[in-house]
Design a binder for this molecule. Structure first.
Ligand code: BES
Ligand code: ZN
Ligand code: ZN
Length: 477
């Protein structure tokens, strides 16, 4: 998609369609908002009230393009998340009318980059294996009527391209997207964007003492890898560690999942996709912060070598784990990854993972859960999420919760003996692998990584959540 900006008035820019975000207000105000358009065809504005994500089309005439009104809702609610989603709504409606060039009125926007992000994310089409003709089209050109510089355009396009790259990976079925495929993608990114990369195979992992990761990997015939991508700003800068869960398919292992929704578990690598995508953006932006991204990549299958409930493994920091439930595999593979990120110098750590399904019961799909060991750092990440339009809602870790994972024979069990506090128990487990009180935040994206219903601004399927939060965090470092 080509993006340009223009300071002409809306009716002077040549395009097939013009999108105008319109506030919810009286119809008189709405007519005034449309005043820049001189020769409008007949239409009944009463049919459109400007409610959030409502759309209304005024058909093209010989002298005017298709005019697409998009409801913005109340002015006081218009934050960056809604600003982005309104643009997504506009492009999805425009594409249904086969529009290829779209003019966008940025007059309500303080930050026009949000238009590019919203449009780019709204365009994503998951149906890549459909052989029929009903594939959604793509916009060829977006012309923003408003202020935006060439550098901002480029950065917004880089973000969109990266988030959609992550969504493509998450969308891929597990027979086509194996750990090896993700490694190849990571290698390509490392080569193209000059990042250091370290690929640790299963044998190396065992030799180095990553017994937790290697234990889960043994259940699958597919080769498994732990990948570290490194961006270096220099010795004198702090190091941010980002760690992403990369289970390319989670059958549950021997603690096998019910078949009903098992197919959804191809998305259990959404955290890894976010981390790898983020590192690519880091390489483009070249911040004055060192960044290491670590992703354990494996399937969780019940093959002959699979961990059995009750097995004990030893993680890279020497701690022993009794694996009572092989479906709580995310925390097991992340333990080694968290320790490794700190070995690589990370002193502040964020992990991103589809860890515990109970997050969906608690928060649905409108917020990810965040838990951590340092309130200032958690606050910083929550703020980054708000800026990115990716809401985070904190759950507590009380000192009493630390007893949740007692094991009779090892340092910890991987699940609690009783029901409840599942999301917290996941975080309590991960915290065992954070050293020296390093500030750490855990993002559980179970409910946000995948949308089960189509939204006006987003297709059904992978959302690419996480990348933009990490980016906003990086900028606040
Ligand atoms: N990958 C799942 C969590 C998940 C559920 C992701 C739904 C996306 C959508 C994770 O590995 C898992 O199975 N967790 C268990 C933990 C339990 C055994 C403590 C769960 O949520 O039931
Ligand atoms: Zn699982
Ligand atoms: Zn899982």
């Amino acid at each position: 998609m080509k993006v340009t900006s223009s300071d002409l008035s809306l009716d002077k820019v040549a395009a097939e369609a013009v999108a105008i975000p319109v506030l919810e207000s009286s119809s008189k105000d709405r007519v005034e908002q449309l005043a820049s358009f001189k020769k409008l065809p007949e239409f009944k504005l009463e049919d459109f009230s400007g409610k959030l994500y409502e759309t209304f089309q005024i058909p093209a005439t010989e002298s005017t393009p298709l005019i697409l009104l998009v409801g913005v809702g109340k002015k006081e609610d218009f934050d960056s998340r809604i600003a982005r989603n309104v643009a997504g709504t506009a492009v999805r409606r425009a594409l249904k009318s086969k529009v290829k060039t779209l003019v966008y009125d940025a007059s309500l926007y303080e930050n026009s980059a949000l238009i590019i992000e919203g449009v780019g994310l709204g365009e994503f089409d998951p149906g890549i294996y459909k052989t029929g003709k009903d594939k959604a089209g793509k916009l060829e050109e977006l012309i923003i009527v408003g202020k935006i510089g060439v550098r901002e355009i480029k950065e917004a396009l880089d973000v969109v391209e990266t988030v959609n790259w992550a969504r493509r990976l998450i969308n891929e079925p597990a027979n086509l997207l194996t750990p090896t495929h993700i490694v190849n993608e990571a290698k390509k990114i490392a080569r193209d964007y000059k990042l250091d990369i370290e690929v640790i195979n299963e044998k190396d992992a065992v030799r180095r003492g990553m017994g937790a990761f290697a234990g889960i990997a043994r259940g699958s015939h597919e080769p498994s890898f732990l990948v570290a991508l490194k961006y270096s700003a220099g010795k004198n800068y702090p190091t941010l560690g980002v760690v992403g869960k990369g289970i390319t398919f989670d059958s549950g292992g021997l603690s096998i999942k019910p078949s009903e929704k098992m197919h959804e578990m191809k998305m259990d690598m959404a955290g890894a996709a976010a981390v790898i995508g983020f590192l690519k953006l880091v390489a483009i932006l070249k911040p004055k912060v060192n960044v290491v991204g670590v992703t354990p990549l494996t399937e969780n299958l019940p093959g002959g070598g699979a961990l059995k409930p009750g097995d004990v493994v030893r993680a890279l920091n020497g701690k022993t784990i009794e694996v009572l439930n092989t479906d709580a595999e995310g925390r097991v593979v992340l333990s080694d990854a968290l320790v490794y990120a700190q070995k690589l110098g990370a002193t502040k750590i964020v992990d991103v993972a589809t860890l515990v399904g109970a997050t969906i019961s608690a928060l649905g799909s409108e917020a990810s859960a965040i838990l951590g060991n340092d309130q200032d750092f958690v606050d910083q990440v929550v703020k980054a999420g708000d800026e990115a339009g990716e809401r985070l809602w904190q759950l507590p870790i009380y000192s009493e919760h630390k007893d949740l994972l007692k094991s009779d024979i090892a340092d910890m069990a991987n699940i609690p003996p009783t029901r409840g506090a599942g999301v917290i128990a996941g975080a309590v487990f991960l915290q065992e692998f954070i050293a020296n009180k390093n500030p750490w935040a855990h993002l559980d994206i179970c409910g946000t990584a995948w949308t089960e219903t189509e939204k006006p601004y987003l297709a059904k399927g992978p959302t690419g959540v996480g990348i933009r939060t990490l980016l906003a965090l990086l900028k606040s470092f």
